[in-house]
Ligand binder design. Sequence first.
Ligand code: FMN
Ligand code: SF4
Length: 1432
Amino acid sequence: MGLPTSELRAPSTAAAVAYAAAIAAGSTTAIVGSAATTTTAGALIGESDRLARLAHAAELGPLVAGRSGGAVSAVTDAASLVRLIPVLRDSVQRKQAVVVHVPVATAGDVSSVLAVRGAGCALLRSASAQQAVDFALVATLAARRLGVPFVHCFPASSGPVDVRAYSEPIAGHADVRAYLEAAAEDEPQLPAAERAHAAVAQAMALFDASYAPLAYAGVPDASLVYATFGAGPEPSPATGVLQISLLRPLDAQAVRAALPATAARVVALEQVARQPTPWGPLLFDLAGVLQPAADDAPAQATPPPIILDAVSTVPPPAFTAEQLARVTAHAATLNAPAHFNPAEVAGVPEAIAEAEDVSLAGLSLDEQRRRVEQIPYGQLLRDLFGPRLHVANAAESSSIWGDARRDQTVPEFGFGLLAAAERDRARLAQAVTAALRDVAVPLSAQLHAALSTWLGGRDNAAVATAELAAEIRELLAAERHAHPAVEAIHALQAHLARASSWLVGADEWAYDLGSSGVHHVLSSGLNVNMLVLDTAQYPFVAERKGAPRKKDVGLYAMNYGAAYVASVAVYASYTQVLEALLEADAFPGPAVVVAYLPHTDGVFSTSYSPIEVLQQSKRAVDSGAWPLYRWDPTLPADRRFQLDSEKLRRSVEDFLRRDNALAAIGAAAPDLRGVDAALETRMRGDVADLVGGLRGPPLLVLFASDGSNAEEAARRVARQGRRRGMDVRCLAMDEYEVDELPFEKTVVVSVSTAGQGEVPTNGREFVKALHAASVNLSETQFAVFGLGDSHYWPREEDAIFYNKPARDVDRRLAELSATRIVDAGLGDDQDADGWETGFADFEQRLWAALNIDVIGGAAAVDDEAPKRTDEENKVISNYLRGTIAQAIADSSCGYVDEWDGKLLKFHGTYMQDDRDLRPERLAKGEEKAFSFMIRVRLPGGIATPAQWLAMDRLADEYGNHTMKITTRQTFQLHGVLKRNLRETMRGINRALMDTIAACGDVNRNVVASANPLQAHLQPEVARLAADISAHLLPSTSAYHEIWLADELVAGSAEQTSAVEDHEPLYGATYLPRKFKVAIAIPPENDVDVVAYDLGYIAILGEAGQSILGYNVVIGGGMGMTHNNKKTYPRLATCLGYVPKDKAVIVAEKVMLVQRDHGDRTNRKHARLKYTVDDHGMDWWREQVEERLGFRLEPPRPYEFVRNGDRYGWVKTTPGLNNFTMFVQNGRLADLPGRPLKSALAEVARAHTGLFRLTCNGHLIVADVRDEDVPRMSALLAAHRLDNLDYSALRLHSMACVALPTCGLAMAESERYLPRLIDLLDALVDAAGLRNDAIVIRMTGCPNGCARPYNAEIALVGKAPGTYNLYLGGSHSGERLNKIFRESVDEDQILELLGPIIKQYALERNDGERFGDFVIRAGIVKATREGKDFHDV
Ligand SMILES: Cc1cc2nc3c(=O)[nH]c(=O)nc-3n(C[C@H](O)[C@H](O)[C@H](O)COP(=O)(O)O)c2cc1C
Ligand code: SF4
């Protein structure tokens, strides 16, 4: 198809702006030449704020634009293309059919064209005059079909190209119409690159069948292939040539298919005169498709070819025959990706790619200067801003590099120079204004006009150009003596041109923001740009221990408020770097660009493999460890933040969430109705700031808190400060740098005490740094509030640990010359209201001393919205819905908020985080490793083999590959990520189980005896467990709606009027606390029946063959709080006897009494056990009987003998057998050499009976038919599941989960008890007690999940490695134990228990149990009831 050509129109800047406008505004008006005025363009541009800024400030360069062939078409030169990146990106987002044609010299530099390849547009190159016209139309047609902008480079020698002239004639062509209308059904499913490749190939075929996006020429078995963008050299008999016409998107499959299978080396012949990066752009693109990142590379049959990079820096950057011969010879010697210049190799391999390490640390300043010049970003600045560039502290500035003083490398120094220049420029503007206004000043008409132009556009680099400056300077030289006002202008003429002012720094600045002066630059408001290079490795290497912590400069700057901020990575998105630098330059205030420069071993090195650099950058960006973004605070809130990569670091996300929320609220009237109550409370102060205008005196509140007390105290101070009009920031200590303290006016610290006098985790780095710091805080005033427990470590010599961090911080701040506002306040858990007692006094003193205890003439009153209570949370949750559905659908984070977290418990799941990973994550600024524990509701602990296998699969698929048999006879999965919660719940339900009410303030899983010796009675108690569980089940449909259905079942806004949830038993507030039920069959107490709120003790008929009814016991419960004597464990006491047919209704009535009379104001006093002690058993009996309408009978006799499990094979009902196996601490995992979980899955596959989970965390393979016993025995033996060769101590041991997942754990438990038992076994063996059962239990905190307080020996975690040791529970679980020693470590445990075990072995009476012995021997006093648990 022959196409006519016509003259290119003369380029014009106005047209360039108009073009930008046309594209930005999606205009359909043809804008050709300079037809549109800049005013019109400006108005159009107004629709895109980022473009407006850019068009105003940057020189867009010559460009002609118009609309033709159904697409916006433009022609510009290569140099100007870079400035169109934002326009192109905008077009990409709007899916606009735009084609920019760029003439390039055949043998010229195409680096400017390649620079835009990351903007998301397609990049096409034609190689001849004929292709120029054909590909111009190919680009136009493909752009329309794909909705993607194209950049089309064509040989400048082919003459001007005017698409309009020949697009019209082909527009009506049938093939063209068919092409444009073709929308192959499966086309959108293709990956973008494949789709584009196919669309371009088809468009090319319309013109010439020989055209192709990629074309290989040469012998079919070449081992060396040259790759070129556009025309390449002729192939030789030994080499092939891959000519790439469509470089972006580059279709990996097509590239691989085009290359001969024999290709061992591919040499990218780069056509770039100067390289801003050490490796050429073509190499990066080829590496991207031929060498996928290591972690996602599928195993390949043949290794991918080695990619080499040849750059000819001899102008023009083309390859002569002689150079190619060298390339060919040299490439053959290289076996790893490399980069070389054929002009330099001359056959000497050693000279290739001389490694240049660029590290600013530890080098002489001269050397630093030399190396900084090699950093890619430096080169980019030069390329973009040319003579306008003014780097005040780097290469060009001898003042900073010529002197050996280290302090001159800090931003403050260069900033001084830039600030002075800005000041001078302001003075120049004043002088010009004065001269123009004063008619007495004689100015030539020319100078007057030039100065007027300058004054109007002095901040616009496109106006205040070097040319205008030169013109004015020339005129001034002639007229300066005419008047002092002109002389004054002349004196400042150096500042006429608009400079692009930059400070370039490295990692050092990020370590020490305070003294590096970064914040000085930010707070100056001056138009100064900072480029901060970050060479740390992300995210692979944890920060070195003890190394100073790095601050996120970008986040810091965003928090500052009025600075432009961008985070870039040149090897991840070159184009985005260009955009950011352009935007930073155009921003009329301080700008910070943080730039990633991957390195290893602390240096950036050109000796790196480009693949390595590419992979490192990719991983850092893809993982979110180094997010790419741009932030312009002057734009409307919804456009302020532009995320250029996919993932964000948590800290940035948090910042944005806060900022968006603030903006959203601030924009509207401060009517907070409908705003989430927690947010409302948090935002109150901020809204006041936003609508109130002026900010008051600054107040910094820092906290360190492991629980939430110290944080809560801090937030209260912060809120009160805001109410007093202060400008408040409230941060965890470790989010703050000590070096910034000198700039703070008032600091309030709230710190609690962890471990033994230790600082809580989120304040450790800060306190360490505070002790090491040598800052002068004479300008800072401070007050410290500490939270501790004066009895946490009760020994006299441990008094030093009481509130130690607070006292240390208070002393240290004073040592650093800060002024103490008031004496430190100390909150003590022992006080009447706990820490709040001390806090009330501290707060009062603080505000009085600050003299701002009065607001608006009236005494300050606390009118804050009180924090939502658990009870309110239940009420407003709409029957347990809350915002769970939205929270689990939100994929931007792995957690849910506090209130949804509380509601989730009712659904059977707890949010947890891996506490082992906390410090590392905190240091990296990442969110905690959140996951969820899911607990199944499994009445009586009965599961079928199919259910077992379902749980096994879910644990592998979504959990942490382990399952736990809990102390309440059910399965628990750990490590389920939020995004998998729903699927896991569905999986459990598909297996005919559920998780409703497995946790939460409701009746939980009902447990029942699983002891095989009473197998004939078990079906009955199992049925009772199931009946009670079903009867007391919450009836909300929220569970099904959230986890199982796809839409709201009931209670949605639209449906509430039609169908409403209600809870006939619970009401909207459910129970004050959890409610647990157990059923035991004497003489076995394997369920620990008296440890729960409600227990049923079966009363057996004649010969124990049937159950007549139950003794009902109430008021058991384990949880307590260390050192809080108002909390204690309690064992249930007997209410009376009921016949078995009344058992279920009794459960309901007991629960209702607790529902109505349990303490709903204090969760620490809300369990039924306290209601029993508060009202007494007689009152309870009355209450229950009144509700029942009949009287309970007096209790009947029974006897328990033990509370452990019976191991091994037991014949149960005729023809059936049970095997009880020992599962250490209930954990089912595949450990090296002991694949317990897999083995049990195999058992499940072979088993025809049931599984019974026991309350001691063990497992019964139940109902094995006689004929199957040999087979099952063999199977169990094969996996050593039948191993019971343990000490009786171990067989009677039990530990709770504790670390790393339980958020309440103070010490290890499950992971530690087995090791401790190894050590105790030695003592037991020595005493000859290997086969004597002693019940030993351990928990990580006093909540008592593994029922420690009725064990014969119990260890309850107090701090890492430290436990309280209790002795004297009864072997049958019917007596509480007593504290024997507080705060003991492993050595002390062994030292204390050794002699007692020995004494027991020697002095015990016949059949006397350990727990009874320690009481008889006077080692501990017997505990008779819960209330005397703490009496020693
Ligand atoms: C594991 C642990 C160790 C503690 N050690 C001390 C201590 O050594 N000295 C002290 O005064 N208080 C100690 N306490 C008491 C806490 O500091 C106190 O309960 C505080 O209110 C907790 O605040 P937080 O919720 O902000 O972490 C300890 C508490 C726990 C849980
Ligand atoms: S006892 Fe404490 S540490 Fe152990 S699982 Fe329960 S709450 Fe966690």
